[in-house]
Design a protein around this ligand. Structure first.
Ligand SMILES: [Zn+2]
Length: 206
């Protein structure tokens, strides 16, 4: 059996494409741009589809976000790798972040840039793809738009408050979750707060 060379090939492949194929047999399917399934590739904006795609909202690249910090200001609060991923749409190496295998019973994942609450602990599931995976977000916390880089058409997800890059969302992969969606998020774009301000009873969201 020569699995180690094969699996390292898969990891390299996945790291390059960020297609996040969790198993080799699905790689082909994952590479297909999700929106092509609906025959909508030529449509520039698809706001009405957002209602089918869970609770995040759809927007274009030109959207302005409430938190309008400059790059200099972001450099002051983010480390180099956080800046590369959040502000320059980078991708962390798969299987590299502790949140990949982080499965708390409660709590909330917030944006590492602006601290906005993005995902609850119970949105997280084990996808095996190498990045933290969530089947849904806190309503309105995550904004989607089309990413046509690397010759693929994917759906990028960003923080609705600061526009920080989180990752991509994939649909119809067959995961047994309520949405059959996978928010594939860079762990470095997130922080974890074990006290969920919305359920801890003090009523004061930070
Ligand atoms: Zn943010």
């Amino acid at each position: 059996m020569r699995f180690p060379p094969f699996s390292s090939f898969v990891r390299t492949f996945v790291a390059f494409t960020n297609a996040t194929a969790h198993l080799r047999p699905t790689a082909q399917r994952t590479l297909a741009p999700p929106l092509n399934t609906f025959g909508l590739r030529s449509m520039p904006t698809i706001p009405f589809l957002s209602s089918f795609f869970g609770t995040s909202t759809s927007a274009s690249d030109k959207m302005s976000y409430p938190d309008q910090r400059s790059n200099d200001e972001w450099h002051a609060v983010l480390n180099k790798e956080q800046f590369r991923v959040l502000r320059e749409k980078g991708t962390e190496a798969p299987f590299s972040h502790e949140f990949d295998k982080h499965h708390p019973n409660a709590g909330v994942y917030t944006c590492a840039g602006c601290d906005a609450p993005l995902y609850k602990a119970n949105h997280k599931f084990k996808s095996g793809c190498g990045w933290p995976a969530y089947f849904d977000s806190i309503p309105g916390a995550v904004t989607r738009h089309t990413d046509s880089s690397f010759g693929m058409e994917r759906t990028e997800i960003v923080c609705s408050k600061c526009g920080g890059h989180l990752g991509h969302v994939f649909k119809g992969e067959g995961y047994n979750t309520p949405t059959d969606e996978r928010h594939c998020v860079n762990g470095i774009s997130l922080k974890f707060n074990k006290d969920d301000p919305q359920t801890s009873g003090n009523g004061e969201a930070k």
